[in-house]
Design a protein around this ligand. Sequence first.
Ligand SMILES: [Zn+2]
Length: 292
Amino acid sequence: MNLIELTLLAAALATLQAQPAEPLSIAKLRQVATMVPGGRPLRINVVKFAESRRTKNFSIKGAPPEPSVQARTAFQIVYSDGTIMVDSGMDQQVHKFFGRGTEEPYDSAANQQVQRALRSARSIVVTHEHGDHVAGVLRTDFLDEIAPKTILTRTQVATLENNPQMPEIKLTPEMARRYNVIDYDSYFPFAPGVALMKAAGHTPGSQMVYVALQSGAEYLLIGDSAWHMDGVRLIKTKDANWIKEDDEALLAQLRWLNGLDKTEKNLHIVVSHDDEQRKDYIQRGLLGSKLE
Ligand SMILES: [Zn+2]
């Protein structure tokens, strides 16, 4: 290969790398969610195992600094013949890391409920690699049961190995081998009626979980792309200096979610930490209030 050919090859490679990721698409999610044959899930349950008491301006840039409860939650997708867990709770030590010396509420009975649900689940997936979502599959007395059915993405594992949110959740390469590590570009057919979508921004390994129930109701578990549904409604990112986010990527996600919220009346966007939304969805029968 001569110099001109090499230069052309380098230019072609650069173009490839500069290509944007596949656009966020509800049509694509719906299609990918049909790829695994089988009966669709029947319902989704949520449990709150801890709270963070902050003011609203941290969740939504420019919001008034009024008190706002952030729920820490995990979700259970229920099929006729098994369950899938989305996120995994956390033990009290990780909770203390988040509380920074303050006394924030921690519900150890609820976290035990999460651990029981993880043990009885057929598979476990996490929206992202932060302690309040992933610690329950890393720091557990039941690691032998839980790790083999937990699916982490390559990017999530890379963060946990090289740049964990806290020392307690650091993974070594040997520990990482106990989990199922997957990699995909944009969309992944996870289970009947369930699709994953890459959504880097809050963290490099963030992903959203789309669920289409047997009833036809649709859900999009967006993890921490917003901390409150107002972030989606107002298209406002967070204002929290202790996390490093890709604001541009998050704004693109928020704009897309905002459009869905206005046009897709059968699709329920689920924000992990929005306690007002959690109560509202439970009251309306859209989410079950305890794990099975
Ligand atoms: Zn979180």
